[in-house]
Design a protein around this ligand. Sequence first.
Ligand code: PEP
Ligand code: MN
Length: 351
Amino acid sequence: MLVVMQQDASSEQIQRVVGVIEEMGYQARPIPGEQRMAIGVVGNDGPVDTSRVEGLPGVQEVISVSAPYKLVSREWRKQDTTIPLFNGTVIGGPNTVVMAGPCGVESEAQLLETAEAVAKAGATVLRGGAYKPRTSPYSYQGMGVEGLKLLAKARERFGLAVITEAIDLESLDAVEEYADIIQIGARNMQNFSLLRRAGKARKPVMLKRGLSATLKEWLLAAEYILAEGNEQVILCERGVRSFETYTRNMVDINAIPVIKQLSHLPIVADPSHGTGRRELVSPIARAAVAAGADGIMVEVHRDPTQAKSDGPQSLYPEQFRTMMGELERISAVMGKPLLTGSAIAPKGNRP
Ligand code: PEP
Ligand code: MN
């Protein structure tokens, strides 16, 4: 339920509404708007009796939120959520954003060379896992804090914002310290204690879709983060399990316009994990932008033949440059021009 106050409602009237909502056993979330204040009701698992609030002074209307997720829903918030980063990148704003970098941070030279290549080609956000959630315990597990330090070094050098994955509560503390965006991976989409912790973080969170999660499950997972107070959440469609074996996953292009309809949160697509094959990355990235995605996350490696993880889906720097040119054209047609490093602050330093 969402209580919309009249434009001239006094703070006493707002307080009274909050008090009544709390007396009913729910939590009240004041949502200041440009024109008027709204008060959201959370904590209910079913319909709320609106009659006690409807007649209170200063109340203009009471809107029921029918979706099981509240804070992430379009009913709750009409305007798109935007995620501004220190270097001028805004995710969910008027531009298409590209996040690129290796699957995993492997060494200083590997990261810095790859970061330089993606920055030169126009990317404004650097990706790279320091903690890798691998299917096999014998596969490369990442460099940990040393990897985070290298990401911070690349940020200083190239002005790129940094996104990197946290795989558990311990790594989330470290990632929160070093990164500009905390990534929660597909395998952890329903790790509810991790989601709650991410909800308390002071950094934006990118939540990837689970391996076989429905859109409802995914949005409810995002709701965990917002319910703890962190509204800076980005969703990432990275493909779901299907019966097909030629590709690693099946990118659900449908999800992009559907999420835009159901939620105010930005959505990006990851065609690298979505396809598992580098020759498919660019076509699917183009399709995602054409379907309305706010951005793209792709894996790029200075030498994919040497990658410790996900080499077959990693682009060569040259392929990445070509892809950026293609995305520039598609995003212009979509009225959401590609954001490139040259369009924002030339060299960002962390505030
Ligand atoms: C990743 O982005 O490095 C990753 C592990 O992706 P996902 O969680 O989508 O499998
Ligand atoms: Mn990967």
